[in-house]
Design a protein around this ligand. Structure first.
Ligand code: 5GP
Ligand code: ZN
Length: 120
């Protein structure tokens, strides 16, 4: 099985944001990971953390490059340390039934308010 991913997908919204072809409020960027504010925030802090490389979801990323997945988690924690005392919810909607609407893996970093459990 070939687990590699094409680096970018010109049809993909988040590839276009990563490339700078579409505007976004970027809060962190390095060679492998970009973090930018969600356009429709669900909490005072709502930042999306994405790998530069295109993988459709977190399962594909975990199968292909666990170090890159760890980088995504680390950057999410760094954003939360900066913006909400390091207390945050990190979630990856995976599949349409789970609420995924953009098929370039992204961790939602949510913080800055009390969270309910279980989520809806
Ligand atoms: P999903 O539903 O796939 O888990 O999350 C996709 C997220 O991307 C949503 O929270 C949505 O508000 C956000 N989003 C969709 N389009 C854009 C956009 O053009 N720019 C930014 N910054 N966020 C977007
Ligand atoms: Zn993409």
């Amino acid at each position: 099985m070939n687990l590699s991913s094409p680096d970018t997908n010109p049809e993909c919204l988040f590839c276009r944001i990563v490339a700078g072809d579409l505007p976004a409020d970027v809060v962190r960027r390095d060679e492998r990971v970009v973090a930018f504010r969600d356009i429709d925030p669900k909490a005072p802090v709502h930042v999306l953390v994405v790998p530069v490389a295109h993988y459709p979801d977190v399962a594909a990323l975990a199968a292909a490059d666990k170090d890159l997945l760890a980088d995504v988690v680390r950057v999410g924690a760094e954003v939360a340390a900066d913006e909400c005392d390091g207390q945050f919810r990190l979630l990856f909607n995976t599949g349409r039934a789970a609420g995924q609407s953009v098929f370039h893996v992204h961790g939602h970093v949510l913080g800055g308010r009390s969270m309910q459990w279980p989520p809806g």
